[in-house]
Structures are given as structure tokens and as C-alpha cells.
Design a protein around this ligand. Structure first.
Ligand code: GRF
Length: 218
């Protein structure tokens, strides 16, 4: 039996539905991810993601109530630091983080992004994959650095783009895979197998020159 006091501590940042947070919660309940969620943090106080955890674990604030991005991110960072997380997971956190925030948690902050990075950084990735005529699409988990969606990519899931696909159909298939990808990378992280070194991802002591491509049955 694991001793809860010694479980790796996860802080999760969300802005929306929180289905990736749900996948983390399910993996923990199923006993396949030995970790504890110590806080869920949001820039959208009304988002559905917050409702997935008990009120004691929620922190949210409206950026508009702060004088600047750096003041908001300072408050967010202080709230995160207060729960002493081992890993910080951006799981659908849709607000750009300022450089000081990222440096504060550098090397232990991960993000899940709905594209095969480095393709399609930023927003509207499903539409952009269709517009570009991509034959493959997917999702990536990467270390967060100050440049948006540009940190070392750890692992990816790939789906084929099919004739007749729409941004919605791609989003559905990509997200189903995200829900497998993110807990898997977190398993590596919390078991001490994953590190960021010299701006690269290192798994089991080996630099990942290309991201791990994972396959999960539908
Ligand atoms: C996911 O597709 C994730 O890749 C992106 O935002 C979406 C969040 O979905 N960053 P959810 O809030 O986890 O349901």
C-alpha cells in the first residue's frame, strides 16, 4: 500500500472542460498512477474542470482583476507553490504564462497540446491540420518553456486524418488519445524516470532526440 503522505504531488492547471484532468483522476483512482492531486488552478472560475475536484483543492481567479499578466501569474504561482507540487501539469490551460512564472517551475511543468509539435503551435490546431492537408495529426506532451508550445517534446500520439474529417471529428479522436497519453507521461514523471536537461527531454537517462510515439487501442 502506498503511503499517501509520500505520494508525488500534482498541481493541475485547467481553463475548460477538464477531460484531461478527469483522465488523471481516473488513473489515480484505478491505481495506475501513483500520485496525488494537491490543487487544481484556473483562470476561469466558472470552468467545468474545477468541479471535478473538491472545493478544498480549487484555486481560481479572474485575470481581469489583476493589473497585469505578471501580477496574475505571481498570484497563481504563489498559490501553486503553497501546495508544494512535485509536478505542474497544464491540462487545457488556455492562457499564456509569463516568463517569470515558467522559470519558477522550469523542469517540472508539462503541457498537453493538440498537435504533432512542432507543427501547429498555438490555437485552432485541428482546423490548421485540415487546412494544411496533413495526413497525420495528434497530440504532444512537452516541457513548458517561456516560448509558447516550444519546449522539449516528450511523447506523442498520432491519428490518421481521414476523408471527411472536420475539426470536431479530429478533436474527438485526438482527445480520446490525449486521455491515455497524459497519464502515461505522468507515470514516467512521478516515478523519477523523466527529466529536462539542457532543453531536452531525458527518459531513463537517455536524451529523447525524437519524441516517443505511443499507440493506444481506441
Ligand atoms: C485539449 O485538447 C488539450 O490538448 C488542449 O486543450 C484541450 C483541453 O481539453 N490544450 P480538456 O479541458 O482537458 O477537456
Amino acid at each position: 500500500m502506498s503511503d499517501r503522505a509520500h505520494l508525488p504531488r500534482l498541481a493541475v492547471l485547467c481553463s475548460g472542460r477538464g477531460s484531461n484532468l478527469g483522465a488523471i483522476i481516473e488513473a489515480i483512482s484505478a491505481g495506475t498512477l501513483d500520485a496525488e492531486i494537491v490543487g487544481v488552478f484556473s483562470d476561469k472560475p466558472k470552468c467545468a474542470a474545477l468541479q471535478r475536484v473538491s472545493a478544498a483543492l480549487r484555486w481560481s481567479a479572474k485575470p481581469g482583476d489583476y493589473a497585469s499578466r505578471s501580477e496574475f501569474d505571481q498570484a497563481l504561482g504563489d498559490a501553486i507553490a503553497a501546495v508544494r507540487p512535485d509536478w505542474i501539469v497544464c491540462a487545457g490551460y488556455m492562457r499564456i504564462l509569463d516568463g517569470a512564472f515558467v522559470e519558477r517551475f522550469r523542469g517540472r511543468m508539462l503541457n498537453i497540446h493538440p498537435s504533432l509539435l512542432p507543427r501547429h503551435r498555438g490555437l485552432d490546431t485541428h482546423q490548421r491540420a485540415l487546412d494544411a492537408g496533413d495526413r497525420e495529426h495528434g497530440a504532444s506532451v512537452h516541457f513548458v518553456i517561456p516560448e509558447l508550445d516550444a519546449g522539449a517534446v516528450i511523447a506523442q500520439v498520432v491519428i490518421p486524418v481521414q476523408p471527411g474529417d472536420t475539426p470536431q471529428s479530429l478533436a474527438e479522436r485526438v482527445q480520446a488519445q490525449e486521455h491515455r497519453l497524459l497519464p502515461e507521461v505522468l507515470r514516467w514523471a512521478v516515478s523519477g524516470r523523466l527529466h529536462e536537461r539542457d532543453a531536452t527531454a531525458v527518459l531513463d537517462g537517455h536524451t529523447l532526440f525524437t519524441p516517443r510515439r505511443l499507440e493506444f487501442a481506441e
